[in-house]
Write a protein that binds this ligand. Sequence first.
Ligand SMILES: O=C(O)[C@@H](CO)OP(=O)(O)O
Ligand SMILES: [Mn+2]
Ligand SMILES: [Mn+2]
Length: 505
Amino acid sequence: MSAARPGILLVLDGWGHAEPGEANALTAADTPCLDRLLGTPLAVLAEASGTAVGLLPGTVGNSEIGHIVIGAGRPVPYDSVLVEERISSGALRSDETLSAALTGAARTGGSLHLIGLSSDGMIHANVHHLRELLHIAALFAVPEVRIHAITDGRDVADGTAATYLETVEGYAAEAGIGTIATVTGRGYALDKSGDLSLTERAARAIADGAGHLIGEPKDALATTGRGEEWVEPSVVTGGDGAPVGPVRDGDVVLFTNFRSDRIQQLADHLHRELAARGVTFLSLAQYDTAAAIPALVHRADAGGGLAARLAEMGLRSVRIAEAEKFEHVTYYLNGREAAVAPVEEHIRISDATPPDYRARPEMSIGQVTEAVTSAARRDDVPLVVANLANIDVVGHTGDHAATVRAAEHTDRAVEALCRVASETGRWVLLVGDHGNAEKMLTESGGVRRPYGGHTTNPVPAVLVPAEGQRVGRPQGAATLADIAPSVLSLLGVGPAPAMTGRALW
Ligand SMILES: O=C(O)[C@@H](CO)OP(=O)(O)O
Ligand SMILES: [Mn+2]
Ligand SMILES: [Mn+2]
């Protein structure tokens, strides 16, 4: 353990590692500061995807599990793994909550509505889970199942939604039950910025069958000029031209995303309207909704990590991020603990209207940098934790040039913060939470497409020691589980008992 020094933990969101190449926006960018840091012996590559962080093997990393594991100091089984286990073991078929709801629907003639992201991006959902859910609905003789498909274009390449809709229709045909009733882009249905005008468009299509009327589900894909994330809320109509599946009193609604943060806004919006009409609400995994929606699969405990240790030792930390990543440096880093410990201060840099990030790759990084600087200048704050969102958020646009600029803005911010750290006797630990911008192109069937999704690549983790601070070189393989023990060691504190990671420096 090194002598205690205050520090700054900087999460560069979406900062993955890959060899230089046409797809790599990070190596294409002019980033002299980051390049220098990555060239020091104190830089290491850390695993941030798959089983190293509690995901299924070969699954790309994501911000939630990335920040959960950075905070926990150990891999934590993610909701996708827990859902997968309940489905593949067949246990979901005998789930009491689900059985009661479906038995009720079969008895009263109610419909089951399945609402979720229709892709296998494995960040928010897995469309293949519908196969089991439709099979279970058939087992319970539910009279009809309406599928409200949400198109992706963010976790998976654009131009793939038609394939996923076909997959859903194939599972419905195989189960002998299920019709796609609405098709809506995730930009509307999975908004998390609080823009309820977007949520309302999705809710009107799902709840009332009000939206762009279409004959076939795939007809919805022609409604967008800006990628499948923005397919207009569309309603499939039957031969008589009437919508095939609005929610009616006494129906059952089951949300099929295993990740909460983006679907919870729609879930709460629909619950406010429909629960009073005797509609039963369920979610496949546990959600952080205002409404109490029974979950079929419960979360693993992610507590007992960095936040608990800092509170135990009375070490104050200031957490800083833009709105897009604020929950990540607070709620998720704290192990999905909503209570704010007395030794924590949270600063949310809120951007009035989320612009088209391609036009503003700098986002609000200037304000974030200012907030980190003023916290670093305080001597009652041993730890400042911040997330620089640009590389991931702009990376999700799939726009290579904009992402290069986002990386360059990030580089200038890191350079400024390293200078502040040096002036204030602090170390700086930089780490990615998963990859994104190092892969901006994908290829399938010989066709190359822009790709804004995450990767399974390792992420850089690099320490800039405080003036005169003696540290060791990282040895052996590293994962995100090693970050919390490293931060605690640099603060002169031992790891929390539950931590399986180790101090890298
Ligand atoms: O934007 C999101 O919701 C996901 C991608 O779907 O990214 P992240 O895990 O970085 O939040
Ligand atoms: Mn992220
Ligand atoms: Mn992301």
